[in-house]
Design a protein around this ligand. Structure first.
Ligand SMILES: NC(=O)c1ccc[n+]([C@@H]2O[C@H](COP(=O)([O-])OP(=O)(O)OC[C@H]3O[C@@H](n4cnc5c(N)ncnc54)[C@H](O)[C@@H]3O)[C@@H](O)[C@H]2O)c1
Length: 368
């Protein structure tokens, strides 16, 4: 069967990652178009990655008959609109995390894709990160006995683009940006059990001048089988990106660290080009990563999604996954606002963005 023809919407950080990911495992997919609204950016991106066509407006990309699957790497607040437009144009959709801002948007995205008969695939690469996949294989084999605690943490010094700091565009701070990974991870790791409650402690510890968003949080997720997920998220950690898991069962445990654990402990007095995402310096002791995209699982994720489009595999991460995460994000912000754990199902109506539930906890009563 022919390669799945992919169009990327967006031309900066995550777009680069997706283009490199497809290039790294080229047997199932190829990028044939990119769209990005800033003058010249799409064309530069296309030149850099050897992509034949560049558009300024994503709707032009949706009219491109060769494009079969769209990868949305635009800011969070436009995910829903672009997904629905793409579905109506008959394109399969890969939407980056978090799925969208509201649960109503998630419902509309899922419905639009279902009606159009296209796949809605949710970009959560941690479900494809080789080290984390290995940890899950061990757990599924019974290596740890009954797993009762799964921890995931993602921390760095703060996002690279201005829109992340603007809660109107991002929907929230570190929880929206980083905890979405851990929520999906814990849920997937434990076999996608029902979630019964969420408790989150969050604060803006350092970045008051820049954002109304939370920049640090601990979120505890209770599952119906009694297991607990614990997700740490921070925009206050200098020294580059940190992403790790810990898994505990009654017969054993495992630890995995995606970045430092896949790096070369390195000392340099003069520095060098690149160590790891968001590292401010390469002088002194640093931990340069190698095969960064591969260790995150991006090439494996895009290959899997292309195979899903061809009917060769069943989606591991789809719109429903994104909606589960969205509900937990709502519950996490509401929990922080109310100062107590929030029971699921939790579907307050008419919320504009998750962080409103932290700032205005009275909104949580606009239930069901
Ligand atoms: N899976 C991951 O680990 C991961 C990592 C980084 C970002 N992301 C997600 O990817 C998305 C993009 O993040 P980023 O870091 O690439 O941001 P970015 O700021 O680096 O890039 C955003 C891109 O979207 C384009 N854009 C802005 N408004 C648009 C619109 N209305 N229509 C089309 N394009 C538009 C911008 O021009 C830019 O090219 C976010 O949802 C983010 O959460 C996921």
């Amino acid at each position: 069967m022919s390669k799945v023809k992919i169009g990327i919407v967006g031309s900066r950080f995550q777009a680069d990652c997706i283009a490199q990911a497809v290039h790294a495992m080229p047997e199932e997919g190829e990028v044939v178009a990119v769209a990005s609204p800033t003058e010249g950016h799409a064309a530069d991106f296309a030149r850099r990655h050897g992509i034949p066509r560049a558009y300024a407006d994503y709707r032009e990309l949706l009219r491109d008959p060769e494009v079969e699957m769209v990868s949305i790497t635009a800011p969070n607040h436009v995910h829903a609109r672009i997904t629905i437009d793409a579905a109506r144009a008959g394109k399969h959709v890969v939407c980056e995390k978090p799925l969208c801002l509201t649960i109503e948007e998630a419902d509309r995205m899922i419905e639009a894709c279902r009606t159009a008969g296209v796949l809605l695939l949710y970009g959560e690469e941690l479900l494809f990160a080789p080290k984390y996949v290995k940890a899950k294989q061990l757990a599924d084999e019974g290596a740890f006995g009954r797993v009762h605690l799964v921890k995931q943490s993602e921390k760095h010094s703060g996002p690279h683009s201005e829109w992340f700091w603007d809660v109107e565009q991002s929907g929230g701070g570190a929880v929206m940006d980083l905890a979405c990974h851990g929520i999906a991870f814990c849920w997937w790791f434990l076999g996608k059990p029902k979630i019964t409650s969420v408790y989150s402690q969050m604060a803006t510890q350092q970045h008051h001048a820049r954002t109304q968003g939370d920049d640090e949080a601990v979120t505890i997720i209770e599952f119906e089988n009694g297991a607990i997920g614990m997700v740490e998220s921070s925009w206050n950690r200098p020294g580059g990106m940190d992403d790790g898991i810990e898994v505990f069962g009654d017969k054993g445990q495992t630890y995995a660290d995606l970045l430092m654990g896949n790096a070369l402990p390195t000392y340099s007095e003069v520095g060098f080009g690149y160590a790891v995402e968001k590292a401010a310096t390469t002088r002194g002791w640093t931990y340069p990563v190698f095969e960064e995209q591969w260790n995150y699982g991006f090439p494996q994720e895009m290959r899997h999604f292309a195979r899903c489009v061809r009917g060769k595999e069943t989606p591991v991460s789809d719109g429903e996954t994104g909606r589960v995460v969205q509900e937990v994000l709502y519950a996490a912000y509401a929990s922080a606002g109310l100062g107590r754990k929030v029971m699921l199902p939790f579907r307050p109506k008419g919320i504009a963005k998750p962080i409103d539930l932290w700032k205005m906890p009275e909104r949580t009563t606009a239930m069901r």
